[in-house]
Write a protein that binds this ligand. Sequence first.
Ligand code: ADP
Ligand code: ZN
Length: 614
Amino acid sequence: MIIHKALKKHFGYDSFRNGQQELILDILASRDVLGIMPTGAGKSVCFQLPAVLQEGLTLVVSPLISLMKDQVGALTQSGIPAAYINSTLTSRQIEIILQNAKSGKYKLIYVAPERLMAPDFLVFARSTKIAMLTVDEAHCISQWGHDFRPSYGQISQFIGLLKARPVLSAFTATATQQVKEDIIPLLSLQNPRVLVTGFDRQNLYFEVQAPKNKMQALLVFLKAHQNQSGVIYCATRKTVEEVCEALCRLGFPATRYHAGLPDEERRRNQDDFLFDKLPLMVATNAFGMGIDKSNVAFVIHYNMPKDMESYYQEAGRAGRDGSQAACLLLYSGQDVRTNQWLIENARDTSYADENMEQLLKERDYQRLREMTFYATTNDCLRAYILRYFGENPAGYCGYCGNCDTKFETADITEDAQKIMSCVLRMGERFGATLVIDVLRGSKNKRIYELGLDSLSTYGISQKSAHTLHAIIDFLLQQGYLDKSNEYSVLSLNPKAREVLKGTVTLQMKLAKEKITPAVEVEAASGRGKNVVPKGREELFQRLKALRLQIASSQGLPAFVVFTDSSLTHMCIRLPKNSAEFLMISGVGESKLKRYGERFLQEINAFCRENPAVE
Ligand code: ADP
Ligand code: ZN
């Protein structure tokens, strides 16, 4: 089928995701569509692929400048000619783009809604064949939506001024019933196919904590997720400043973003985050609409947002490439009060009259209540979210903070024996962190420098660092291990002999391992299909380094070259030639040509150096 071939050729994907094919086929048959799909579901392909296949130009109305730049960058990388027009360009640059567009140079042009009615642009639009008009973030047209943008109201008028009516496609990630009902008439979609795909994002792990000390809870989380990229959302600029400063002081690679910063700094910080120079972003909700960073491994809400729409959209920025990712909400009663205050003192909202004001505020309070229920429920968090968006989920998902039985009594005798013999083999000279690194077979430089990778206890534990920490703490409490005050060096208490000899068994209440590390189990469960196989972590790092080198030399964010999930796929498949490389998810013809050789070289080199692999 043509569209399957085109999907592989231009985007490098082997199959369509839920809903994509139906929407694409309808568009190609000139039927208007409205696609309601959660963040990360793959809306872009739904209009980009028809744009490539159709004759004529596709105009994409998109609310945010950052989104345009990234999408155009990614399209260009895939060999699809595209451009954007917005206020960051000079009028001369715009003129050139419009000239090029007239001569058919681009398949897609991204514009902000305000641009449509600008005289120059209208002249252009009326004299060019516009095959399709795409409205991204279409919920912005509804005043019942959470990001109402009045200029979206002009879209329909603009279409009326064109010589021929293009096919219309509209997309959004959030649409409660009211918003859905608004979009169709306001955009004057004609007999559209309305496709709502499931809102479930199976690879996201949802969790709510109500910690006494949020900062401490944040640090615990970040320590367990080192070297990963994540966003930490805060309710106010002041909190952003405080949290970011605290993290930086503690040596975390964090940057910040909020509307109070100068444009230039905001841009710089955003780039630092996108390019993984500073993989932690502390931000207000001003950050992220249109940020398509695919390797965000977690989104933490340091404060509870104002409604579930905001929460799900922001949290949904995690795990866009389909890898496992975590969404943690740190809740406190104060968050409710802050939001109430914000509703009463909404700054950027103008109300038509007092009745309208009353009505809108009531809706905001209702949304806040439902958000608060989420933060305090003991039921399945995923089920709560899905019900909120009108779905009918099964009772328990088994993969969220509330579904996980928090504690189970486990026999830890064997783990304790491993820890103790490791402490012994290491000469009772090191602290818990290094002991855990050895047990887990970490590739940490220090391990090699100290020659610890040759110990028989190197890499013998499959437990998470978090669990091993918990067990060590338990052994300390129970007096099996001792810890020096200075340097926290671990040593064995004489009592430990009984455990090592196997004459006593140990039991403790252990937080259940939440993320099962074994590749097979994850593949079988269909969650986070993307796990680097054991023994190939080094290859993954090498491919990442190569990607960074290529990306930096071209001034691109790394994920525009390849997403983490493509690199992971390479580690799983170990392609040997161009044909096999083309089988990798995310590799299309353009990327094969651009990068195939260099990545194949690296993979082949790794396989030569590690003949045991495969
Ligand atoms: P949305 O706009 O719906 O939030 P995107 O269009 O940004 O989502 O897509 C999210 C991610 O999924 C991107 O990294 C994209 O390249 C990837 N993707 C989209 N369609 C497919 C597909 N058919 N197969 C594999 N990955 C896909
Ligand atoms: Zn659940």
